[in-house]
Design a protein around this ligand. Structure first.
Ligand SMILES: [Mn+2]
Length: 227
């Protein structure tokens, strides 16, 4: 089983480029050595809209994509696809990319078993499951082609105006339901909810877009911090 390394960084829900450019700045700092990390976890929704089988959508985030492709040649990067960024294996061939159906993955942190997922895998309902599957299929994305610029432009415009930072009332109850699916692990790390809080063994990562923070492993503990 793979291990989470000391000083590993978890970046979740950056929603780049519509909600700030901290994501790009962080990647540049990793490249130039200002930030040192042996292992990077991209926890999903790092891009506000990005998917494979389509070149037009990549033009919105070209610099960050190119930089990630370069970094992944020498840095161990694990990308847990989110609901805004998917079908990424062809975009990032040198990363470990986990599609929704391949999540969660289990890693070791010291002697603890850690379940890791973007956060939209469980307790979402049948409609969402079906929607996710259809949206993320190569066929659907290929069918979009004749209309792709109009559809993508419209989607991008709506997403860039969306208010994405909210307090999730009743979050503890949702966590309880999610944890029903994580009985075999000692710790769970997910993004998606933008809550930046820990509930029992459940770590809801900060959103880089909302709280401006990431998670870093320091002395074997997962801490939230601004870089
Ligand atoms: Mn999400």
């Amino acid at each position: 089983m793979l291990s989470i390394k000391e000083n590993a960084i978890f970046i979740a829900d950056s929603h780049y480029p519509h909600h700030g450019d901290t994501f790009l700045k962080t990647l540049k700092d990793i490249e130039n050595g200002t930030i040192k990390c042996p292992q990077l976890f991209l926890m999903g929704d790092n891009f506000d809209l990005l998917f494979g089988h389509n070149t037009y959508i990549q033009t919105f985030s070209k610099e960050a994509i190119t930089l990630l492709q370069k970094l992944s040649k020498t840095l161990e990067i694990h990308y847990f696809e989110g609901n805004h960024d998917f079908c990424l294996k062809e975009v990032f061939p040198d990363m470990h990319v986990y599609a929704r159906e391949e999540q969660p993955q289990t890693f070791m942190l010291g002697d603890k078993k850690v379940g890791i997922s973007h956060g939209d895998k469980y307790v979402t309902g049948f409609g969402y499951d079906l929607y996710s599957k259809v949206l993320r299929s190569k066929t659907t994305l290929s069918l979009l082609k004749p209309f792709e610029k109009a559809i993508i432009n419209d989607r991008v415009k709506k997403l860039s105006q969306k208010d994405i930072c909210h307090t999730f009332h009743g979050f503890e109850k949702r966590v309880e339901d999610i944890l029903e699916n994580y009985k075999e692990v000692d710790l769970v790390i997910e993004g998606h909810f933008h809550q930046s809080k820990t509930v029992g063994k459940y770590i809801s990562l900060p959103s880089q877009a909302c709280q401006g923070k990431v998670a870093v492993v320091e002395e074997g503990e997962v801490v939230f911090k601004s870089l």
